[in-house]
Each structure stands twice: as C-alpha cells, then as structure tokens.
Design a protein around this ligand. Sequence first.
Ligand code: NAD
Ligand code: ZN
Ligand code: ZN
Length: 406
Amino acid sequence: MRAIVYKGPNEVSVETVPDPRIESPTDAIVRITSAGICGSDLHMYEGRTPAPEDMRFGHENMGVVEQVGGAVNEIHVGDRVVMPFNIACGTCFNCTRGFTSACLVVNPEGVSGGYGYAGMGPYPGGQAEFLRVPFADFNCLKLPGEPGDELEDDFLLLSDVFPTGYHGAELAGVGPGDTVAVFGAGPVGLLAAYSSMLRGAAEVYVIDGIAERLAKAEDIGAIAIDFTRGEPCQQIRKIRGGNPLVRGALRPGEEKMSGVMCGIDAVGYQARRFDNPDKENPIQVIEELVHVVNPTGRIGIVGVYFPEDPGGVDRAAKKGQFTLPLGDIFDKGLSIGMGQTPVKKYNAYLRDLIIAGRAKPSFIVSHRLGLDDAPAAYEKFDSRTDGYTKVVLKPAGGMAAASAGT
Ligand code: NAD
Ligand code: ZN
Ligand code: ZN
C-alpha cells in the first residue's frame, strides 16, 4: 500500500510499504477514507520532536473496516469508523477511569499510545491506504452514512482536533455566560473557541497573528485579536472596558475583573513572540494567559510542551523547563489543567452533536488532497501560508463530496 513516510527534517515522501495485517485477535484493519495532517505532526516534521527516519505519520484517521480479528465482536467488516488518536486498551487502571490518554498497556515505553507519533508506541500512522487498529472494539467509534458524504470531514475531526478543542474548554471550565480567551487560531484553537460557544460562553476572544485564521474565528462569532497589533491582554481589556453594557453591569470593585474567566492555550511550546513573530518565546502564551485571566479563573493548556526539544531557545528549554509566573498564579488563585486529550471521553457526544446538525467543525478544513499531494501540503501547512489551515488527505481518492471549497 502507499503511505506517507518521514525522511528527516522538513521532508516526507509517498512510498510503497507492506500492507498492515491482523497481529492480534483484537485488531481490525481499516481502509482509510480521510486522514488529517495535524499541527502536532509539524513538531516532528520540523525535527523539533525527534522522530525516527521512515516513521509513518498520521494520527487522525477514519475509514471503513476491511478485516477484523477473531476476538472483535462489536465492530464489523463494512462499518464506517473514526479512531481517537490515542490508542487505548480499555481495561487498565487509567482507561477504566476515562484517561485513555494515559493507557498503561499499549505503549511499553511510556504512558499513552498513538498512531504515527514519536514516543507513543510502535504503531504506524494512517496517512496511508490502510491502518491497523489495536483493541478495535474499544478504539473504533461507529459512524452513520457513507464514505465521502457531506459529514465525512466533520466526523474525521472527531479523531483529534474537535475533542482537543473541547478538552481545552473543559479544562478551562467554560460554561454558560463565561468569557474566554483562546490563544492560537489553528485547528485546535478555532475548535476550542467553537466548543466554548457550544458550551454557552458569552464572549470568546481568539488571538493569533495570521489574518486568514483570525477571519475564520470571526466567521464563527468570536472576537479576533491580532497579536501583531499590541499585547493581547491590553486589547481584550480595552474592548471589554469600552463596552457600555459590560461596564454598566459592574458593581464597585468589579472592574478588577476586566479580563476573562477562562483561558485556553492552543499554541504550545513553539509560541511566537508578540513583539517579533519571527522569534519564539515558549512561555509567551502562558505568561499572557496569567495576565488576562481574572482572579479565581481557570486555564486549560492543550498546546503541547515536550520534555525534549532540540530546537529550544536555551538549554533549559531544550529539556522542556521554563520559568513560570507562579507567584501571580498563586495570588490570583488560578486553576490550571493540561495534557493530552482523552479523545474517547468526548467523541461519542461530539459525534451526536454533528449528527443532530448542532455542530459542524469542518469549517476549519481548507484543503482536501490525495496522498501524492502530501509532501507539498506539509510544506505549505508548515509555513502557515496560502490559507493552509487544515489539510485532509483522501488516500482512497474519495474526494467526490469533499472537493467543494478546495
Ligand atoms: P497550528 O500550528 O496550526 O496552530 C497554532 C497557531 O498558533 C498558529 O496559527 C500560530 O500562528 C499561532 N500562534 C503562534 N504563536 C502564538 C502566540 N504567541 N499567540 C497566539 N497564537 C500564536 O496547530 P494546531 O493543529 O491548531 O495545534 C495547536 C497545538 O495543539 C499544537 O501544539 C499541537 O501539538 C497541540 N495539540 C495538542 C493535543 C492534545 O492532545 N493536547 C492534540 C492535538 C494538538
Ligand atoms: Zn492531531
Ligand atoms: Zn489502558
């Protein structure tokens, strides 16, 4: 079969590799109809998260079950399915408590497994024609409809970025009437803003420096903040303070709460400096979140921070160590949650919102391409230019329903 293979920093190629096969009776083989390229893939693509040469990328996978092992009982050949990017056994101490992002069984070298990702176990990715899915009964989410129909891309996003955006909102405690600042208008940030609105937020600010991504945030009703025009915290306080309705509702003293109650980091350790976006400051976003989130507020960090970063700005950063404003965090009594998304905690509910027509996350998808286009698409998505917000690969050529809008 054909698959995307990592060849070294800034290079992937399309190669012929052996077809996957059933290795354990709990496996299934899925024919991939859609596979996303993720901002997380770019950390490896850039060589910032060391990945072995010839690793096969792809953790956002969806398709049709082609074959099942003898112990797979609930998923059948022909089923349309989407898989969480986390691979989980379903029965260990962490899985049974809902932390499928920390499965103790699937990765002999760590706590969490996934497809096509450095440090997440021996599982090739799904940017390919076929994928082996371990513990298929647990890891396949069944979907209605037909491959390539109008919900194909919405369902694909259940593999990672929709649940991850939602997880950001969950960690930040977003509820009805809340005020929210989301840093990053990539796929994760846009879907964190979208999820905040699904959860009833009153005001959602989205911060980035890329105009076309900010435009997408405005399209869904968020307030766009361009960090190249000044410190985001000041811009948000000015907008809120300048709103007579917000001001008119304040009792004396409440003007001290002119920031937001919930903050979400959808950027991670490769954050760009506000004053010089050509350079990085790995704690730029966290520092700003601490400024803009009101006392007693909550912060959800879904942008990643790795314990190893060969491209880190200094020696400590290369080991994932940073100086944080803990004094301010303590003073303000902020709560912080972070980590990998346990996709399975959310994917069935989010699927049902899509089915009911109450969520359409595919507004983020900018490009639908064949496997042969992947090397060029990686390059463009990595430079965040030409409107490359989210690329979905269609390995089986199933681009019929999806081709509009490319
Ligand atoms: P992306 O790279 O497309 O988006 C990141 C966005 O952040 C870009 O638009 C960039 O312009 C913007 N940005 C850079 N510096 C900024 C700053 N200082 N302030 C505000 N915005 C800034 O990636 P994505 O696919 O949206 O993923 C975002 C992050 O989420 C990545 O770190 C990714 O690895 C991570 N992620 C985490 C999980 C999880 O399980 N927690 C899952 C998926 C992705
Ligand atoms: Zn992803
Ligand atoms: Zn487990």
